[in-house]
Design a protein around this ligand. Structure first.
Ligand SMILES: Cc1ncc(C[n+]2csc(CCOP(=O)(O)OP(=O)(O)O)c2C)c(N)n1
Length: 343
């Protein structure tokens, strides 16, 4: 027990005060953003919400450690819809998520076309996010192969939920990344928040933990407490260093809370699960790394900033109907398709 306490203390010292405070501020920023998006969905200022409250303690440390840029020399990200904290930690602006929530034309990810929290950022190798779950574990094989064939320390990173691991795409990713002929430098992340919509983890998984899939392939794998940002930071650091150097895959399972249920379809109300931010704040205060006043100021500033962004987005235009055919591969409807007065 005393040994454990010492190990935790050491971890805080390894990260240092400045980084810990930065992580806290980003976690708060991500939470305030998601809570605003939920509010928008409930007040008719958007149509549907899905996002990541409860996953900030894992996602912020991940975003901070990405090798960010465009092309094979930089990390590729194949993410899913609970990843806002990753993107904010990479430098994405909260206002752009609000734009996508309100489906305005200024949404830089999809010009107001896609669901909220479905980003696409070519200049940072953030591959367009898909609402069909788990397909990202198939697309990551492609960039993984390209990076395995390139002399670089860059890697491909994929994340998704526990439920999705029942899909074939997840298993294709394990098979392809572990081929002896060409192992792939992929950080395979599963954020296990305990549920797939309403299906509880324990009713679905025959394996003891999802990281046990690593044993089948003799691959490096670990399960961590994704509600702890310090443990997450160090585990991600270790996993990334392994993929970068060995050019092999690593399976990382992070157990987190899911604080507002699945999406607006299930109400998005706050649930009684451990809150990673409250837990972190208690630890920061106990260690004298932040005072209660400093913590309040971080929340106040984040709220003020999100209010300002939200007001700004309310003044922005919706896409014009005639732009519907922009950015699609097909050039309009075929002539045979009845467009006017047809049935
Ligand atoms: C291919 C496909 N099947 C089903 C769905 C419906 N669906 C959306 S989210 C979801 C649950 C995903 O659960 P999990 O993988 O645990 O991720 P979480 O949402 O908990 O992060 C399902 C079944 C879908 N979007 N795509």
């Amino acid at each position: 027990m005393a040994q454990d306490a010492l190990a935790v203390q050491d971890s805080y010292e390894v990260l240092g005060k400045e980084l810990l405070r930065r992580i806290h501020s980003l976690m708060v920023g991500a939470r305030v953003l998601e809570e605003r998006l939920i509010k928008m969905s409930k007040s008719g200022d958007g149509f549907f919400w899905i996002g990541g409250p409860g996953e900030e303690a894992f996602n912020v440390p991940l975003g901070l450690q990405v090798k960010k840029g465009s092309g094979l020399e930089f990390d590729y990200l194949h993410l899913h819809y609970r990843s806002s904290a990753i993107l904010l930690s990479m430098g994405a602006k909260p206002i752009d998520s609000i734009r996508q929530m309100r489906s305005v034309a200024t949404d830089p990810y999809s010009k107001g076309r896609n669901f909220v929290n479905h980003a696409a950022i070519p200049e940072w190798n953030v591959v367009p996010m898909s609402p069909t779950i788990e397909t990202q574990y198939s697309t990551v094989i492609g960039t993984g192969i390209a990076q395995a064939r390139t002399k670089t320390d860059a890697i491909s990173i994929v994340n998704g939920g526990d439920g999705g691991t029942a899909e074939g795409d997840f298993h294709s990713c394990l098979v392809w990344s572990n081929r002896p002929a060409l192992p792939l430098p992929i950080l395979i992340i599963v954020v296990n928040n305990g549920y797939a919509i309403s299906t509880a983890e324990e009713t679905q998984h025959g394996e003891r933990q999802i990281s046990d899939w690593g044993r089948v392939f003799n691959m490096s794998a670990k399960t961590i407490n994704g509600n702890d940002p310090v443990e997450s930071y160090l585990a991600i650091k270790e996993a990334m260093a392994y993929c970068r150097k060995e050019r092999k895959p690593y399976l990382l399972e992070a157990k987190t809370s899911r604080l507002n249920g699945h999406s607006s379809s299930s109400g998005a109300n706050r649930l009684q699960e451990p809150d990673c931010i409250s837990l972190f704040e208690a630890e920061l205060k106990k260690r004298g790394l932040m005072t209660p006043d400093e913590i309040s100021r971080v929340w106040d500033e984040a709220l003020k900033s999100i209010d300002y962004d939200h007001q700004q987005v309310k003044s922005e235009p919706f896409p014009k109907p005639e732009t519907i055919w922009e950015d699609v591969f097909a050039e309009g409807l075929p002539e045979s398709y009845p467009t006017k007065g047809g049935s």
